[in-house]
Design a protein around this ligand. Sequence first.
Ligand code: JFZ
Length: 458
Amino acid sequence: MAEAIPLMYGAQSEGRRDDETMRRFRHDRFGQFIHWGLYSIPAGSWNGVTYDYAAEFLPQSAGIGPARWAGLVDDFAAPEFDPEAWASLAADLGARYVTVTAKHHDGFCLWPSSLTDFTVAATPRGRDVIGELVHAYTARGIAVHLYYSVLDWHHPDWRYAISSSQDEEAFDRYLSYAGEQLRELATRYPNVRGFWFDGTWDESVKANGRWSWEIECMLKRLIPGAIVNSRLRADEHGARHRDSNGALMGDYFSGFERRLPDPWDRTVTAEDWEACVTIPQNSWGYHAGAEVARTHKHPLELLEQLVQAVSLGGNLLLNFGPRGDGSFAPFEKDVVHTLGAWLETNGACIYGCGPADGWDYPGWGYYTADAETGAVYAVVTRIPVSGAIALQLPERTRVRNATAVATGRPVPFAVRDDRTVRFEVDRASVIPLAFALEVEQRDDTAEQPEVNPDLAGI
Ligand code: JFZ
């Protein structure tokens, strides 16, 4: 093995965190991402032209300078914004935590920061959106994480790269500004559980690994147990997410952005991770364009993504982009109802679950397992045309009992051979269809299971 490179600003801890806060985060599995800001008002169009790229990138797509963009502050009245309604929607969705954009790339702050005037306090809505949301979600038992973009198109000292000593001085000023804002957030909202960093890919940030190390320390000092995503971090050699020795920086890997690891890829189960996904192909902020609407995923596809993430030991952070007026679009409410209704009766195979060791990826869906109870869940997302679901058991195990998660009713199955059991599924079933399996070890000296290849007669 290669010698470890001595690092001052690499990973701050080894292996998985196992404290209460982190265990809870892992157990939660499903979070709601919220992208809301000035970009939610134009929603992808400017001066009558629609730009199909992500709505929050409109200043870039339409070439709108920071001063003109800041004019949107006067339009941020958000008459429909109701923090309690947002929290109740998140609860209906079945999300156990929420990550809210406190500041996105445009630099606009949803809390009344004392470090800039470019905040919600300057809008007709006024007040403190972040504070109100933290209060409302926390009251419902939904943990809050704050998204903070280090990239900032508004701040005059932000730099993409450092090519002169003036750049360096400016960027140092910017980093202290961002550091003070983060101190402000952690001090004003001590109930938040974590921070989700973004906009950290530019050369300027990569050259400041020490800053990211100090920010992680500061946040964890101010909020003991605070959870920080790997995207914050760089080490002194500019390595991101993982340090120059390959150790994960931050508390979980957050590099899966609008993608998931392959369902058979067990290597990802070695770390905690979270994938963030969008309903449209590519827009995090609300986009009103027809082309973008054409790309909306079906709620069942998103539900499958959640099951897939859990089967691989990850969390899913599903994005919602409320409209400028503070309301949620109908297509997002559909997603809430479909996922929420399913989780209401099938949550046992999601919350507190992770990969099922020894159970290989089956084509018809995913396996998850509850680490505490040992229950294995077979979650069928594609019912084969034959209606027959074959389960390949790990060696020296046997299925004692199977029940439908949604109803708790026993489900008959046939023992095909030593390693295979088979379910016959009604092709009209509501999917995903989840079975809870009671699995036991069998020692090889014991009798082989009784083979009963037919379901008939059970
Ligand atoms: C970023 C933002 O630019 C975007 O607006 C949104 O907030 C999203 C959650 O994060 O977009 C990214 C971030 C990371 C990658 C790509 C786009 N990445 O790791 O490939």
